[in-house]
Ligand binder design. Sequence first.
Ligand code: PAF
Length: 281
Amino acid sequence: MQIKTVEALKDALNLLTQKNQIIGLVPTMGALHDGHLALVEHAYKDCDYVVVSIFVNPTQFNNSSDLQKYPRNLEADVSLLHQQNSKTIVFTPSIEEIYKEGVVAETFDFGSITKFMEGEFRQGHFDGVGTIIKHLFNIVQPHKAYFGEKDYQQLSLIKKLVEITKQPVEIIGSPTYRETSGLAKSSRNKRLDEQQLEVATLLHRSLLYAKNNFNKLSISEIKEKVKGLFDQEKRLDLEYFEFAAVDDLIPTEDKVENKKYRAFIAAVINDVRLIDNISVN
Ligand code: PAF
C-alpha cells in the first residue's frame, strides 16, 4: 500500500493498532538500495507491519545543490518495497503535507553528540533531521524505529531526541550494509561511476586500518598515516578523519581505558560527499 497523506496513514494505522499489531518505522529519503531493504527486513523480525517513509527532507540540507541533486526514484522505490514484502506501508508525503506550518527546522540541544564532524561540516543538518523524525514519530507513532549505523551521529541524536521529546518509541540501530568492495551502501553512490566507486573504497580501507591498528599505534599516528593515503589520492578530498568515544562523540587523540571508540570519516569525490564509521575496540 502506498499512502500520500497524513490523514489516510493515521486511519490505516489506527485499524492496525486496534488489532494490537506492532508497527515499525523505517524513515528514508528514497533512492533505495539493499541497505534500506536490510533495515526493513530487520524491522519485520520484530514488527507485524512496517511503514517506510520516503521523503527528501529539505530542512536537513545545508546545501541547495545537494538537495537538488539528491537521487529520486519514487516509482521504482515503491515497487522494490512491495516486491520485498507486500504488507509494507509506503508513506510518500509531499513537502506541504509534512511542513504545514512552513519549511523550517526546530532547534534542538543534543549536546556534544551533534557538535563535531557532521555537525561542524553540515551546519543545521541535525536540527533538520531532528525536526523530520519528530514529525514522523508523531504521525506514525511506531513501537520501534530503525536506523543504520552508517549515520552514527544521526542514530545517537535520534536516541537523544526521544529522551527529550519523551516519544514512546524504541530506537534500533542496524549494522552498516556494504558492497563487496567494503564501500558503505549509500544512495549517493548512484552518482559515481565505476572508477569513482573503486577510488571511494579508500574510506573503508582507512577505517579498517584504524581498527587493525587501534591497539598498536597512537590515534595521532593513525591519523597521520590516513592523511598521507588521502594526500596521494587527488580524486578524493578528505573532510575529516576522527576518533571519538561513543558516549560523547567528541573527537579525541586520547584513549581512555574501558571506553568504546569509533573512527569516523567523510570525503568528497566528484562533488559527492560520502561518510562512514567503524567500531575500533
Ligand atoms: O538517513 C536518512 O536517510 C535521513 O537523514 C532520514 C533519517 C530519513 C531523515 O530524513
